[in-house]
Design a protein around this ligand. Structure first.
Ligand code: TYD
Length: 141
């Protein structure tokens, strides 16, 4: 968690089975993504101008996919920030533990699918940015 960097987070290209009747993208535990999915949730009907996220996780890994529409995800390891525009249902943003993330600029009707490595534990969240910074910066990088 303390040593994790935004450069260790990346876009994973998901396979896309093209078909004239429509496309299919498949995500398989450990094959497509480097963790075992224990929970799936999705954000939708996000009002225009709204910001989501605004926290870090201690243990949780995630894959975030814009299965419909678009939004941006800003990752922050306490030193470096990187912003990704997600707008393809066959691309996923892999986020390791210990990264502050903020989701913005949701297009109308967008759906944000999240695959998570653990069940929901509120204790896994760091919701205070100063606490996050001190956690990252006081420990050896
Ligand atoms: P949160 O992860 O803080 O939202 P986001 O990062 O998308 O802005 O979740 C908001 C609330 O939803 C949280 O306080 C509790 C509830 N929640 C669950 O009960 N289970 C879950 O798996 C998630 C992701 C959220």
């Amino acid at each position: 968690m303390k040593n994790s960097r935004v450069y260790d987070c990346s876009i994973i290209e998901l396979d896309k089975h093209h078909h004239e009747k429509g496309n299919i993208t498949v995500i398989e535990n450990r094959n497509t993504i480097p963790f075992e999915t224990k929970r799936i949730y999705y954000l939708y009907d996000v009002p225009g101008g709204e910001s989501r996220g605004g926290h870090a996780h201690k243990e949780l890994s995630q894959l975030i996919v814009a299965v419909s529409g678009s939004f941006s995800v800003t990752l922050d390891d306490g030193v470096v920030k990187r912003t990704f525009l997600l707008n393809r249902p066959y691309q996923g943003l892999y986020i390791i533990p210990g990264i502050w993330r903020t989701l913005d600029d949701f297009s109308s009707g967008s759906v944000c699918l999240v695959l998570a490595s653990h069940p929901y534990y509120e204790e896994d969240y760091i919701r205070d940015y100063n606490e996050f910074l001190s956690c990252k910066l006081t420990k050896k990088r």
